[in-house]
Write a new protein. Structure first.
Length: 459
């Protein structure tokens, strides 16, 4: 097979072996134009369907996904290098998101507002065609974050997956048709961001863009959407703190810390990559956390025992390497040698909070540990970043937990755990971590327009 790709092709590599998994056609601007026209036509019929019928089809879609969880998971392992356990959860999360969104279809109601001289009511109407641009780090669930509520609210969806991970998205589109979702209502257009992605963002027939990815690209998308006053939801970067107070269960905090930044090989905007430890327990924490990092099993992602797989690509591997320079002190685990984009679990110690590895999003299996003096100092360090997506704090003091949770500028915080995402609770960031909220009880309303109607009752 030739190593030279045509301009309109995407090569999908297995990150663990560097072998080609598939070559996929890449969409052009003309393809986007045609897809938007088809989606707009399909959306009109979908919006006119009875809510119960839309809900029934979404539940059927969820059931079909449920029957293909293992297939989707194995595909995710091959194209994204995710561990098989994570990949099964991701496929199951798509099913759960569809089920949850289906439950909201018949509850998407407006309001009756008391007014003088008549009756005032509001309607929540679908926006039309939604463009979802999904990332490579969680290809299935994040696609479903936009896909499921947008469909439930009566919209059509065009999904552009990341160039490196289009396969699960294409399979989900096939499963949607198998479930009876109307043709062209959910379309997948693999392609280059500068071609298909830009065309989707700029298209006048696309009412809203949902983007998950880097802050740099998010800003570009936001600027392009501004030209048409196009709605946008952005879930962008993160540099999340993991704050450990001296009164916490230090053993539990240290045991949980490694996978809080190593899960998905650190390719997670919510990864707790800045571990802030109160100085009086700092040395003890390092003693406890080191064995956990050194013992993480890195290897074949299809092996049930593997805890961490490869990075997504060689450029990402080189990016991660550039942050951990030879002069840094670190606790390191091990990683395979040979083919594949492998990098060992790494916790950098004795580094300034302003160092690039401590201040910038590495997006790999790398974290820093920094000491702090007191509660005020912990909050200062936690907020000393342009990001504000997620974070954790460990303490036995409920008052402190509430004070610090309110003081840390982040959209998703967890006390004595590292949970960030539940499909039934809202998710989104402060500052340069994004704009808008996804998931949770209001997910469907983010894909609607509120229409107000006044009916006079005066003679």
């Amino acid at each position: 097979m030739s190593d030279v790709l045509a301009p309109l092709e995407l090569r999908v590599l297995n990150p663990a072996t560097e072998e080609t998994v598939a070559i996929v056609p890449a969409a052009t601007r003309d393809d986007v134009d045609a897809a938007v026209a088809r989606a707009a036509a399909a959306q009109r019929g979908w919006a006119a369907a009875a809510p119960a019928d839309r809900a029934r089809l979404l539940r059927r879609f969820a059931a079909v996904v449920d029957g293909h969880v293992e297939e989707l998971a194995q595909l995710e392992v091959r194209e994204a290098g995710h561990t098989i356990g994570n990949a099964r959860w991701e496929a199951g999360n798509v099913r759960d998101l569809l089920e949850f969104a289906a439950g909201g279809v018949e509850r998407l109601s407006g309001r009756q507002i008391p007014v003088a001289g008549g009756i005032d009511v509001t309607f929540l109407e679908p926006l039309g065609v939604i463009g979802v641009i999904a990332p490579w780090n969680f290809p299935m669930p994040i696609a479903a974050w936009g896909l499921a509520p947008a469909l439930a609210a009566g919209n059509a969806v065009i999904l552009k997956p990341a160039e490196t991970t289009p396969l699960t998205a294409l399979r989900l589109a096939e499963l949607a048709l198998e479930a009876g979702i109307p043709e062209h209502l959910f379309q997948v257009l693999p392609g280059h961001g500068a071609v298909a992605g830009d065309a989707l963002v700029e298209h006048p027939g696309v009412a809203k863009i949902v983007f998950t990815g880097s802050t740099r690209v998010g800003k570009q998308i936001m600027a392009k959407c501004a030209d048409r006053v196009k709605r946008v939801t952005l879930e962008l970067g993160g540099k999340s703190p993991n704050i450990v107070f001296a009164d916490a269960d230090i053993e539990a905090a240290a045991a949980a810390a490694p996978m809080a930044f190593l899960d998905n090989t650190g390719q997670d905007c919510c990864a707790r990559t800045r571990i802030l430890v109160q100085r009086s327990v700092y040395d003890r924490f390092l003693e406890l956390v080191a064995p956990g990092i050194e013992s993480v099993l890195v290897g074949d992602p299809s092996d049930e025992k593997t805890q961490m797989g490869p990075l997504i690509s060689r450029p990402q591997l080189e990016r991660v390497r550039s942050y951990v320079t030879d002069d840094l002190t670190a606790i390191r685990g091990t990683a395979p040698e040979g083919p594949g984009f492998w990098y060992p679990p790494t916790l950098v110690t004795d580094v300034a909070p302003t160092a690039s590895v401590a201040a910038e999003e590495v997006f790999g299996p790398v974290a820093v540990v920094l000491p702090f003096e007191d509660e005020e100092d912990a909050v200062r360090l936690a907020n000393a970043t342009e990001y504000g997506l997620s974070g954790s704090l460990w303490t036995r003091d409920i008052g402190r937990a509430l004070r610090v949770s309110r003081a840390v500028a982040a959209g998703n915080l967890s006390v004595n755990s590292h949970s960030s995402v539940r499909y039934w609770t809202p998710f989104g960031g402060y500052k340069q971590s994004g704009l808008g909220r996804e998931l949770g009880p209001d997910a469907l309303t983010a894909f609607t327009e509120t229409k107000n109607v006044f009916i006079s009752t005066e003679a």
